[in-house]
Every structure is written in C-alpha cells, then in structure tokens.
Design a protein around this ligand. Structure first.
Ligand code: SAM
Length: 297
C-alpha cells in the first residue's frame, strides 16, 4: 500500500517512520510512504501557503493553488476526471483487476469536521492500494480542494488539533497495521479492542483451544506479564493455571466489564452471547463494582 502525505511540516514525520511496525512494514516493502512539502508547490519568494479568509474572521486559510499542484504532482486528478466507483470496496475486491469498478485510491482531508475515524474505517482503508493524506493548518483548507479532490474528510476525535499531521499519523498507523502481512500474525488484530473476530470460535484452525475471545466490537481485556506479583499486586490466579476455558471466560468478563465502564455505547452493536448478556446483567446490578466475579453469578 502506498501513502502520500501533503504537509507544510515534512520533518514532523521523520521520527515517526523510524520506529516499530511502521518502520518494519516499510523495510519489508509492504508499504511505502512519501511525504511532500507543500511549500515546494509555491511560486513566490516567501513560499506562501495561506491567505486571509474571504468574509473576514479569525486566522488564515490554506490557499488552494499549492495544494492542487501538490496533488497533481502525485498523480491525483480532480474527482470528476477519475474513474467512477463505489466509495468502499467489496470485501473480496481484487483491486488489481481492470474490471473492478472500485477505485483503489482515496484522497483524504484530515479535518475536525470530518466523519469519525474508527477501526471499521481503518479496516476499509486497509483494502486500498493507495491513500493520499492532506494535512490542514491554520483555520483549515480552502473548501474547493475538498470539493474538487477529496473523497473523504476524516476526524480523529471531537477536539481541535493545531494541524493535520498528528491526525495523518494516527490514520496511517491504524490503517497500516491492518494491511495484510504487516502484523505477521493475521489474526492478532481480531483479538484487540474493536476487533471483529467471531466470539463463538473457541479453537484455532488446528483445533487447539483458544484462551482468547474475539472482542466482537468491544474493548480488549487487561493484559499481564511477569513477574506474577508486582508491588503487592498479584496477577489474577486464573491466568496462571493454564486452563484455557477458564481463561477465556475470565477475559470475556473483563471485556464486558471494561466496555460497560468505559464505552457502554459499544455494547449496542457488539456480538453478545446469551452468557455475555447474563454477565452484563450481573455487572449492571453492581456485583462488578463490589469486585465479585460476575461469571460465577
Ligand atoms: N477551523 C477548524 C475547525 O474549527 O474545524 C480547525 C482547524 S485546525 C486549527 C487546523 C487543522 O488541523 C485542520 O485543517 C485539520 O487538518 C487538523 N485537525 C484539527 N483537528 C482535527 C481532528 N479532530 N481530526 C483531524 N484533523 C484535525
């Protein structure tokens, strides 16, 4: 997958690409990232990328001409001239095929006014061949750039950042790790927060019992590692006894407990079994707050 980032602060990204999964994915040739300095597409002595807003008001607005030139330099035409197609690929899309109507490139404007960026959006984006990310600054980007070139406006949360660079890094990181091959173990993201793994799968493909639960759209459970006791706090015994069924049950209860406490909205669409619903009922009645094990009733 190819990422192009258009920014007035290209240096912002240099450290970011030198660590962990993002660095490895590039080294392994699974993704390429090109950062374009917007000021290279200006033609005045001061390399001006902003101007005063029409109609008055606070701050400055990013001028359309350098952005249009930067986009055209990375091969992005205006939307009307690109091949028409649905906005999300079918799950089995092979974007390399010519007869596939899905256009495998998306131009994305980072914006507080955008639609929320979620794991589900990241999963869709990871099926693309290419993503172009436009980082706004000042009061934002001249709206005609959005109208002419952008397929999607994405917001990373209900707050205002001083620039789109952090947001672009967030979108890139969350999407890149879902590109096939990047995480190594393809199933691992299904067992994280917001994962979509089927909660009913209790063994792996070789029949080995799983001690994990697909999160089915909920939050992850808490994790522990050695030492078993740290500053007076002991790892829950159930995790030390090697009984996969008990571990699964405990982890599921923890997922339900955390999701109920921190993100009850996720429960509305989560895949819940009859047992989950019983556990939730107990937690809701307050047994969770008093530290009782809800799955034991
Ligand atoms: N005037 C804009 C508004 O009220 O929505 C805020 C502009 S903000 C100071 C400058 C740039 O930061 C935006 O153009 C956008 O690229 C980026 N930005 C700010 N908040 C963001 C968010 N929550 N998600 C994604 N990008 C954001």
């Amino acid at each position: 997958m190819r990422f192009d980032i258009i920014t007035i602060f290209p240096g912002f990204f240099s450290g970011f690409f030198e660590h962990g999964i993002v660095r490895r994915a590039q080294a392994d040739g699974l993704v390429t990232v090109n950062v374009r300095d917007l000021r290279n597409f200006t033609h005045d002595r001061h390399r001006t990328v902003d101007d005063r807003p029409f109609g008055g008001g606070e701050g400055m607005v990013m001028k359309p001409e350098p952005l249009a030139e930067a986009l055209e330099a990375v091969g992005i035409e205006i939307k009307a001239e690109r091949k028409a197609g649905p906005s999300t690929p079918p799950a089995d899309a092979d974007s390399a095929q010519d007869d596939n109507p899905f256009s495998p490139t998306r131009v994305i404007l980072l914006s507080a006014q955008g639609r929320p960026f979620t794991q589900a959006v990241a999963r869709d984006l990871a099926r693309l061949d290419r993503m172009v990310l436009i980082c706004g600054r000042y009061e934002g980007v001249d709206e005609r750039i959005n109208e002419l070139y952008c397929d999607l406006e994405l917001s990373i949360g209900d707050y205002v950042l001083s620039g789109g660079e952090l947001a672009a890094a967030v979108v890139l990181d969350a999407t890149m790790r879902l590109v096939p091959g990047v995480l190594g173990n393809e199933a691992s993201h299904e067992f994280e927060s917001f994962g979509v793994a089927d909660t009913a799968i209790i063994t792996d493909i070789e029949g080995v019992p799983r001690s994990q639960y697909g999160s089915g759209g909920m939050l992850d459970y808490p994790h522990y590692t050695r030492p078993a006791e740290f500053r007076g706090l002991r790892t829950p015994e159930v995790l030390l006894n090697g009984d996969h069924q008990q571990i699964r049950r405990w982890r599921r209860e923890q997922q339900l407990r955390k999701t109920l406490a921190n993100r009850p909205d996720l429960l509305e669409d989560a895949q819940l079994t009859a047992e989950d619903k019983k556990v939730l009922e107990v937690l809701r009645r307050g047994a969770g707050a008093s530290g009782k094990n809800a799955s034991q009733g």
